[in-house]
Design a binder for this molecule. Structure first.
Ligand SMILES: Nc1nc2c(c(=O)[nH]1)N[C@H]1C(S)=C(S)[C@@H](COP(=O)(O)O)O[C@H]1N2
Ligand SMILES: [Mo]
Length: 196
């Protein structure tokens, strides 16, 4: 297991970002409820500025090299949950497999509920960005984005798309669902980048 709970040291003095309170619960936050979705009908696709577009079934995805991380989770609405154990495929693994082209700069995550969120490619390659399918050693619950979600411990959690169905590599920045509606594009919790 990789312990990333000291990742905050690169951003600030305190593990708890300013203006956040710690909770032991794991609240659910979704723009429009939990879509019904089973691993059997799920495919995960990678397209855009790549030389090898990818498509995986859930089984195939679970066979990719994976890591288990201990990491913190910060919601822009003010709660933080420490010590979340996520297992999944590091973003960099997908970049390698898709042969992401040199001109790719930005990334858009797409989800079953129509949610999107964006990050720069370099931010996605930071330690801790995972396509996670297990939480605390068990299949990720549907409310929390199962069968597959993204986690971004260095960002507010709206950067982590639940029910993720694909990743699009872009040659120029574009903004996702909340980013278009006033939330910060950079979303650094230690700089309290909540709104833009
Ligand atoms: N597909 C999808 N992903 C999403 C959201 C959403 O509404 N749809 N909400 C985001 C927000 S605002 C947060 S805080 C986290 C919440 O994750 P949780 O419900 O597991 O706590 O998911 C993010 N990912
Ligand atoms: Mo959020």
């Amino acid at each position: 297991m990789k312990d990333l709970t000291d990742l905050y040291r690169g951003y600030g003095d305190d593990r708890l970002p300013p203006g956040q309170r710690e909770t032991d619960r794991f609240p659910v936050l979704s723009k429009s409820g939990t879509p019904s979705w089973t691993p059997e009908e799920w495919t995960f696709e990678v397209w855009g500025a790549v030389s090898d577009p990818l498509a995986y079934t859930y089984e195939e995805f679970r066979d990719l090299p994976a890591e288990t991380h201990l990491q913190d989770f910060h919601c822009v609405t003010g709660w933080s949950k420490f010590d979340c154990q996520f297992t999944g495929v590091p973003f960099a693994e997908i970049v390698d497999r898709a042969g992401v082209r040199e001109e790719a700069e930005h990334v858009m995550f797409h989800s079953l509920d129509g949610y999107t969120t964006d990050l720069s490619l370099s931010e996605c390659l930071e330690d801790g960005v995972l396509f996670a399918y297990d939480y605390d050693g068990e299949a990720l619950p549907g409310d929390h984005g199962g069968p597959l979600r993204v986690v971004t411990p260095q960002k507010y959690a709206y950067k982590g798309a639940k029910w993720v169905t694909g990743v699009e590599f872009l040659t120029e920045p574009e903004r996702g669902y909340w980013e278009l509606r006033g939330y910060s594009d950079s979303a650094n919790p230690w700089a309290e980048e909540r709104y833009s």
